[in-house]
Write a protein that binds this ligand. Structure first.
Ligand SMILES: CSCCC(=O)/C(O)=C/O
Ligand SMILES: [Fe+2]
Length: 200
């Protein structure tokens, strides 16, 4: 999977399985050989994504439609850089602690870039690289973490249904209803498909 699409536009979202090294969290952490994850595979984990026109987000009809369809009434912006974010070191550390939220985490990268990491069904880390134009939705109850990449800057639009709740619940918080619902919907394979798998 290269960095450009058939229509010549650069991809704004790419995902891959991470290596096991403890090196700088801002490095890509590709495996050798690289092992990419498709947007469809992300969707199977409940992670949704869109490519939007970040230069015109104020008037973008596609963004408007997504917000209406999904009830995203709240909007603000979060800039992550040493200069812009108060308590920068503390925040960077807490973003990279594996955590979940009881609501969706919806981020639209309008400038810069960064990595959202989620786990697959076998608990392997998937690194999702979001760049300008990428809108990503992590479902409620999905363990994840965030880090800047080596460009050290992202400006993200944060969307929410109603009054925002940003509280992170660091792993483990498996007893929360949001986690149980996530596992039920996206992680646990149902008994009938296991029977089919076993018979195959
Ligand atoms: C790119 S927005 C900052 C990261 C954040 O808000 C969050 O909750 C990460 O999990
Ligand atoms: Fe989060």
């Amino acid at each position: 999977m290269g960095a450009s699409l058939k229509d010549g536009r650069e991809e704004v979202i790419q995902a891959w399985y991470m290596d096991d090294s403890d090196e700088d969290q801002r490095l890509p952490h590709h495996r050798d050989p690289e092992e990419y994850v498709s947007l469809d595979q992300l969707a199977e984990l409940g992670v949704l994504s869109w490519r939007l026109d970040a230069d015109n987000y104020e008037t973008d009809e596609e963004l408007k439609k997504i917000r209406e369809a999904r009830g995203y009434s709240y909007l603000d912006f979060c800039e992550v850089s040493r200069e812009k974010l108060p308590n920068y070191e503390e925040k960077i550390k807490s973003f990279f602690e594996e955590h979940l939220h009881t609501d969706e985490e919806i981020r639209y990268c309008v400038a810069g870039s960064g990595y959202f990491d989620v786990r697959n069904r076998e608990e392997r880390w998937i690194r999702i690289w979001v760049k300008k134009g990428a809108l990503i939705v992590l479902p409620a109850g999905c363990y994840h973490r965030f880090t800047l990449d080596s460009n050290n800057y992202i400006k993200a639009m944060r969307l929410f249904v109603g009054d925002p709740v940003w509280t992170p619940f660091n792993r483990p918080h498996d007893h929360l209803p949001a986690r149980k619902e996530y596992v039920e919907a996206f992680i646990r394979k149902d008994v009938s498909s296991q029977t089919v798998d076993a018979a195959a």
